[in-house]
Design a binder for this molecule. Structure first.
Ligand code: MG
Length: 431
């Protein structure tokens, strides 16, 4: 309990139309205009509020969107820049409290408990300063909610969007819940909504008023936990460094035009393998299984998987297995349009059972090699050092999809095509 803020200390921040917002922050000419990203896939990945106002939604086909909204700015996704902005946004949040949980690329929870004295301002001012700092420094707008727990804070950040803030203290709980349709509550999905509607439960307040036993029977434990949060208890704790456990990981890539070139398709599969293994090492896990799926031009899929002799995260141990899989599935003369590699039977690298024969000198060398390659790629950009087989990817003929994102065409000082520095801040940001 904070002596100043009492029990109302859980903050949720959510960027407004994040990917599109970043693009607008980078290119002032696009501000105020309907902007969407996802050009590389033909499907909308994110839409700015101007586009949303014209009925453009995530998941819509691009050609449909362009028809619906003439003058739509359509951009390829540039995840590298988005994640830079994401990190900057979370760094700003950490100025207010060290207790931050990065929930997704554009959302975070934070706990202000114990910070009231140091901050020395009311919650309304905290939310306002946070929004202002992000807007001034990054050119993005965010929405902020502060309340008793995660579920309520998330409701609050959604309550006024974009660029809004809502602080919900215990005494105003009924008012807020009465105004909230039950399907807008975090954790209440479509199936739960259907079940609740049949009981005549339409608002979050109706749900909160149900008997605990009814909720348990109807929505089981997860729904019961949500119910408790709606009633003001704190059930879901903040997880600043969620000890992530992964079940599987994958990387896939579609290429255009479709190809029957064995060297090219193999290089594409291998690229996915090196990318997913680098991710596996970053997350400190080992894989016991490799899967390969290849999509043909007619959308049929060839897939298979093989176990690894020992759980591993080493390129040198996984690559031969992938090549075996590839050779047994690739059919000459057929056209391929995508490959996907997934790793299964994952175990945390630390907690695994040590096998007497595991740490051979060869394995130690692989470990040092991977470590060096990862370091170089982190520093100079993904793919700076890669297996030579990946050079075969250059056999692919150029396609309009290969156009590099706008961000790469306007590199800042000390940036290379493979390495982007901090986000570029425009001089006309409102300061
Ligand atoms: Mg968002």
């Amino acid at each position: 309990m904070d002596p100043f803020y009492q029990d109302c200390t859980l903050l949720h921040v959510d960027a407004d139309g994040f990917f599109a917002g970043v693009e607008q922050a980078l290119t002032p000419a696009w501000r105020g205009r309907p902007v969407v990203t996802g050009a590389e896939r033909g499907i909308i990945a994110a839409a700015s509020y101007e586009a949303k106002a014209r009925g453009i939604k995530r998941g819509l086909q691009l050609h449909e969107a362009v028809r619906q909204c003439p003058g739509l700015v359509v951009l390829p996704s540039d995840y590298e820049t988005y994640s830079l902005y994401s990190r900057r946004m979370f760094a700003i949040l950490r100025r207010f409290t060290p207790q931050v949980e990065e929930y997704s690329i554009d959302e975070a929870f934070a706990d202000l408990a114990g910070c009231g004295a140091a901050l020395g301002m009311p919650l309304e001012a905290v939310a306002e300063q946070l929004r202002l700092a992000v807007q001034c420094e990054l050119g993005l707008t965010v929405s902020v909610g502060i309340s008793l727990n995660k579920t309520l804070a998330k409701l609050c950040s959604k309550f006024r969007k974009p660029n809004g803030q809502t602080i919900l203290r215990r005494e105003h709980l009924p008012l807020m819940l009465q105004r909230t349709p039950v399907d807008r509550v975090w954790g209440i999905g479509r199936a739960a909504t259907d079940r609740l509607t049949r009981l005549g439960v339409t608002t979050a307040w109706d749900l909160a008023q149900l008997e605990a036993t009814t909720v348990r029977k109807l929505l089981h434990k997860p729904g019961y936990e949500t119910w408790r949060e709606l009633n003001g208890w704190r059930v879901f704790s903040l997880e600043p460094e969620a000890p992530a456990r992964y079940g599987s990981m994958m990387k896939g890539h579609t290429f255009a035009p479709a190809s029957d070139d064995v060297h090219l398709v193999r290089a594409e599969a291998m690229r996915n393998l090196t990318a997913v293994l680098a991710k596996l090492r970053r997350r400190r896990h080992l894989a016991g299984l490799i899967g390969l799926a290849m999509r043909l031009k007619d959308y049929t899929v060839q897939a298979g998987c093989l176990p690894l002799a020992l759980p591993t995260a080493h390129d040198a141990e996984a690559a031969p297995v992938l090549l075996r899989l590839f050779d047994s599935h690739f059919t000459p003369g057929r056209l391929y349009r995508a490959t996907m590699v997934w790793l299964g039977a994952l175990v945390p690298a630390q907690g695994r059972q040590m096998d007497l024969f595991e740490e051979t000198p060869a394995r130690q060398r692989y470990g040092r090699l991977d470590e060096t390659v990862d370091r170089l790629n982190r520093r100079y950009g993904q793919g700076t050092v890669a297996p030579a087989i990946l050079l075969d990817r250059q056999r692919k003929p150029w396609h309009t999809r290969d156009a590099s994102p706008e961000r790469f065409r306007r590199l800042a000082r000390q940036e290379g095509a493979r390495h982007l520095a901090l986000p570029r801040l425009m001089l006309d940001n409102p300061i």
